[in-house]
Design a protein around this ligand. Structure first.
Ligand code: SAM
Length: 284
């Protein structure tokens, strides 16, 4: 992370209400693939770190006795709790408003800890060490993200592609040329290379899993607007009093790009790296 950038609690302010609608879902087979690969049997506890609206934890609820999501954004946790109730797993779900840097936060021990597109926002060495300490012997840490290396072009699909370059240009016109993040800027983006961090924390692995997707999705203008507001770099709070003006311009731009108001996208595959607390061959 840029040395000058400091995390602050506004990072995803206002994004939660747009998150589920806006973000492309993970691969449909993700929960089943994790359940099989990690030999989950309906027992144990899952810790979802930077859980957002419970994207990863909720579909895995039936594979554990308890799921615990932690996130510093109150709006995300409100969405997670609402969705847990609507899918009937509220009794085994707990949502805790803390930063990962505050772990273990008295949450106990876990069979599996998940980081889904969240680890890059954290003080990574500190958090990896704390979470390793929270894993039971034989436990696993999973790092989940969209696969970045596949071709998701929409040629041959019925609608035009989302005009990402034009959207980025509009965001820059409102928010300036450098990527925004909370109250600061991130000229060089978020860090990669998490494998070295997990290895430094004493975890073993990784085992790589790609859960394939690629299905065609039809997205509306509202979906695309939600996707823009779901990002930390264009979260609603960043626009201040110009939020309505930005949204109106965004909708005009999208209307011009697709008179039908529909866009085609492809669901990305999901890449998972599994790190174990104990070396291979360890008997639980
Ligand atoms: C891109 S979202 C991912 C949400 C969810 N895991 C998913 O895959 O859909 C990143 C999440 O990380 C959370 N986050 C950011 N910094 C964090 C920190 N230091 N500790 C814990 N969570 C953090 C944000 O509030 C946000 O909900």
């Amino acid at each position: 992370m840029d040395a000058e950038w400091k995390w602050d609690e506004t990072l995803f302010s206002g994004a939660a209400a747009y998150y589920r609608r806006g973000r492309l879902p993970y691969a449909p087979g993700l929960a089943d693939a994790l359940t099989e690969t990690l030999a989950l049997d309906g027992h144990g506890r899952l810790l979802d770190v930077g859980c957002g609206p419970g994207t990863v934890a909720l579909p895995l609820a039936h594979s554990f006795d308890e799921i615990v999501g932690v996130d510093p954004d109150a709006g995300m946790l409100t969405e997670a709790a609402r969705d847990a109730a609507s899918v009937g797993v509220a009794d085994k779900a707990r949502w805790v408003r803390v930063r990962a840097e505050e772990l273990p936060a008295g949450l106990g021990t876990f069979t599996v800890a998940a980081f889904a597109q969240s680890f890059h926002w954290m003080d990574r060495d500190l958090v990896a060490a704390a979470v390793r300490g929270m894993l039971r012997p034989g436990g696993a840490l999973v790092h989940i993200s969209d696969l970045k290396t596949e071709d998701l072009s929409v040629g041959g699909l019925p609608h035009p592609a989302v005009p990402q370059d034009a959207i980025a240009g509009l965001v820059r016109r409102y928010l300036g040329p450098v990527r925004r993040a909370g109250r600061g800027v991130l000229p060089h983006g978020t860090p990669g290379g998490e494998a070295a961090v997990f290895a430094r924390a004493g975890l073993h692995g990784p085992q790589r899993l790609v859960v394939p997707a690629g299905q065609a999705l039809e997205r509306t203008v509202d979906d695309v607007v939600a996707s823009v507001f779901s990002l930390s770099s264009s979260a609603p709070h960043l626009f201040g009093g110009r939020l309505d003006a930005f949204e109106a311009e965004l909708r005009r731009l999208l209307g011009a790009a697709s008179p039908s108001g529909r866009f085609s996208e492809r669901r990305p595959s999901t890449e998972v790296f599994i790190w174990r607390k104990s070396p291979p061959g360890y008997a639980v």
